[in-house]
Design a binder for this molecule. Structure first.
Ligand code: FMN
Length: 169
C-alpha cells in the first residue's frame, strides 16, 4: 500500500473483532508516530499503551464518545510532556502529526482505528490523566482506539475546489 492508498483507505473504525494486535504491530505504530515532524524537533510526545480491559473500560466511562473502546483491542494515548516543549503552544500540532502517522500506519497493517478527542476538553484531560496516573507536566492529547476492523466503510472523496485559494483569498 502506498501513502496515497493508505490516506484514501483510512476511516474511523468503531467496531472491532476480538483478534489481538501484536506487540510488534504496536511498536510499528509507535515508530511511525515518532517519525512525525515536531516544532524545533523537540519530540515532546509520550505514549501510553493500554491493553488491559478494565483500564479500557475506565477510559470508555470517562469519555462521552468512546463506546467503541468496549471492543477495541488496545488504545494508544498520545500525550505531551510540556516540560520538554521548546516552542510554546505547538504541542497539540506535534501530537496531531504523530496521531495521523499512527492512523495511516494502522491502515497499512490492516488495523482499524479512531481518534478520540481529549485536548482541549479540560474535564476529559483531567479524567484521563487520573486514570493513567500521568505526572502533572504530561498532558493527554487524545486516545486512539485500535483493533481489527469489524465494519467496512465506503470510499469517500472530500476534495472541494472551493476550499482552495491560490496566491490570495
Ligand atoms: C480532533 C478529533 C476528535 C475526534 N473525536 C472523536 C470522538 O470523540 N469519538 C469518535 O467516535 N470519533 C471522533 N473523531 C473521529 C471523527 O468523527 C472522524 O474523523 C470524522 O467523522 C471523519 O470520518 P473519518 O475519520 O472516517 O474520515 C475525532 C476526530 C478528530 C480529528
Amino acid at each position: 500500500m502506498n501513502t496515497m492508498q493508505a490516506i484514501e483507505k483510512r476511516r474511523s473504525i468503531r467496531k472491532f473483532t476480538d483478534k489481538v494486535i501484536s506487540l510488534e504491530q504496536i511498536n510499528t505504530l509507535l515508530k511511525a508516530a515518532m517519525l512525525a515532524p515536531t516544532a524545533r524537533n523537540c519530540q515532546e510526545w509520550e505514549f501510553v499503551v493500554v491493553r488491559e480491559r478494565d483500564i479500557l473500560n475506565k477510559i470508555k466511562e470517562a469519555h462521552p464518545y468512546a463506546q467503541m473502546l468496549a471492543t477495541a483491542n488496545c488504545a494508544l494515548i498520545v500525550c505531551a510532556d510540556t516540560k520538554r516543549e521548546m516552542a510554546p503552544g505547538y504541542w497539540p500540532g506535534d501530537c496531531g502529526a504523530a496521531t495521523q502517522n499512527i492512523l495511516l500506519a494502522a491502515t497499512e497493517l490492516g488495523l482499524g482505528s479512531v481518534w478520540l478527542g481529549v485536548y482541549p476538553n479540560e474535564e476529559r484531560m483531567k479524567d484521563i490523566a487520573a486514570i493513567l496516573h500521568l505526572p502533572s507536566n504530561v498532558k493527554p492529547f487524545n486516545v486512539i482506539a485500535l483493533g481489527y476492523p469489524d465494519e467496512e466503510k465506503e470510499d469517500v472523496d472530500r476534495f472541494d475546489s472551493h476550499k482552495v485559494h491560490y496566491e490570495k483569498w
